[in-house]
Design a protein around this ligand. Structure first.
Ligand SMILES: Cc1ncc(COP(=O)(O)O)c(C=O)c1O
Length: 496
């Protein structure tokens, strides 16, 4: 029962709504706007840049006096048209997942629970633990495996390599640092930049990550890897990690994982796999055979927000001997000591497996996603993308004005527009211009990369909304935009 004092105190201090019924109406309206956005994901341009009006609004100062419900909701609503475009069926850039409307529901529940999933004994901890068990099963890892939901693969990579560093130094790194070590690791020249960044952040330095050349299909050259390891050992260095990639960001190549596992086992080196997007292919009948060997890794870093389509953000680190992950991070100061009973029970706490103490209930949307769709349907959606990317490669191969620059191995097709009568020195700039025009017209949004010194139009399909007709729209648009792109680039380069 509220006292008189309470009645005077509450309206001034609480941030809860004064009128719950009005709040329901307001929340339902925003939910409708969000559902509209997803229902019409394929309408209109892929990308709608932030306009000048909105830019001006987004440059105003910190509100001291709140602007109220309507202004706050209008401000949120004004952002909805200006996403990166990855909910659209013709978003083909970088590697983005396309999300689901169902995730809105889990995010509402997560916000209502407002759980701190760093530890203690509550539902969020149990849910994440169940998810960890599911991932252990999905990748055929042993009972000893453990893991953690992360923001993405970058954070998962840092966590996994910290566990690898802990094993290599027998935990001395945690107290004495690594100044007296000579740790080195290995990955391919095509590996994602997050691996070098992890070396940087872990104090190893990016030079300590050796970039091994790749073969014609952009997979690590395992013979060259062995040669570099031998040379490093002879020079008194301490090889501690081999990073294989299951799905490189440039071309989608999958390294020879069994061969890497064999080298790592022989050399007693931690075998980590960056499976940011393609590790999800373990659910797909099309991709599973190509991922053979992933079950041999000491650790895997991957994302749910890419080919699994959980809405941003959610990644995962899975470590075969989970105790290494725990001992790499665990700290339980006095006020966080474990208890047998009460709210501080529920061992082990996620905080012991990663760098963050306070963590949101990110696991809920992932867990709900698997509950709703199951691995079979998620895998079928991935297989359908594999079919589409092969269809695109066939269209490219049949087109005399397009040239493919890499084999298709997972979700990526790299090619370029290459008419015979154009100065080859202009082709990089022309293809860059075509991609920018595709984005600016809003017809489609591929991105670019460089392969063997050539700028490529890079189409990645990790998009459950893409249909075969979207591929013809893309190819037709390239042809339609090319003449203007050629004229602009030729004019610009010739006047320089
Ligand atoms: C192969 C690969 N590794 C790592 C990453 C980084 O993942 P995240 O952006 O989730 O940190 C990406 C992102 O595209 C990737 O493609």
């Amino acid at each position: 029962m509220k006292s008189e004092d309470d009645a005077k105190h509450l309206p001034q201090t609480t941030l809860d709504p004064g009128d719950w019924s009005a709040f329901r109406t307001r929340a339902h309206a925003m939910l409708d706007a969000a559902i509209d956005k997803m229902e019409r994901a394929g309408d209109g341009p892929v990308w709608t840049p932030v306009d000048d009006d909105l830019k001006r609004q987004l440059a105003t100062g910190l509100p001291v006096k709140g602007r109220g419900v309507d202004a706050a909701d209008d401000a949120i609503r004004s952002l909805l048209p200006h996403g990166v475009g990855n909910t659209h069926p013709r978003f083909f850039g970088w590697v983005h997942g396309s999300g689901t409307p169902a995730n809105l529901i889990a995010d509402i529940a997560a916000a209502a629970l407002n759980a701190n999933a760093g530890g203690r004994d509550h539902a969020a901890i149990q849910v994440e633990r169940q998810l960890i068990g599911w991932m252990r099963d999905l990748f055929s890892f042993p009972e000893t495996a453990n893991g953690l939901v992360t923001t993405g693969t970058s954070m998962a990579t840092i966590s996994a390599l910290k566990a690898a560093r802990a094993r290599a130094t027998d935990l001395a790194d945690r107290t004495s640092g690594i100044a007296n070590t000579r740790l080195v690791g290995y990955t391919s020249a095509e590996a994602h930049a997050c691996n070098a960044r992890a070396f940087d952040m872990l104090g190893l330095g990016t030079d300590a990550l050796r970039r091994i050349p790749t073969d014609d299909a952009f997979r690590i050259d395992t013979a060259a890897l062995q040669t570099v390891i031998d040379a490093d050992r002879a020079a008194g260095l301490q090889p501690f990690a081999i990073i294989g990639t299951a799905g490189t960001v440039n071309t989608g190549a999958i390294d020879d994982l069994p061969a890497l596992a064999a080298i790592a086992a022989r050399e007693n080196i931690w075998f980590h796999i960056d499976g940011a997007f393609a590790a999800s292919g373990i659910m797909s009948d099309r991709l599973r055979p190509k991922l053979a060997g992933i079950e041999l890794a000491d650790s895997i870093a991957f994302d749910f927000h890419k080919w699994c389509h959980v809405n941003y953000d959610a990644g995962f680190v899975l470590v075969r001997e989970g105790d290494w992950l725990r001992s790499a991070f665990t700290t339980r100061p006095d006020y966080l000591q474990p208890k047998q009973r009460g709210l501080a029970a529920g061992e082990p706490w996620p905080v012991e497996f990663g760098p963050e103490l306070s963590r949101g209930f990110r696991a809920l949307k992932v867990w709900a996603h698997f509950q709703e769709f199951g691995t079979k349907r998620l895998g079928a959606s991935i297989s359908a993308n594999c079919d589409l990317i092969e269809q695109l490669a066939a269209l490219v191969d049949a087109d005399p004005l397009l040239q493919r620059l890499a084999p298709v191995q997972t979700s990526i097709c790299c090619f370029r527009y290459q008419p015979h009568d154009i100065d080859p020195a202009h082709l990089d700039a022309i293809n860059d211009e075509i991609v920018i025009r595709l984005q600016e017209t809003g017809i489609a949004a591929p991105s670019t990369t460089w392969l063997n010194g050539k700028l490529a139009i890079r189409v990645n399909i990790t998009n459950h909304r893409t249909r075969p007709s979207d591929l013809t729209v893309l190819i037709d648009a390239i042809h339609a935009l090319a003449p203007k792109a050629i004229a602009d680039v030729t004019g610009r380069l010739e006047s320089e």
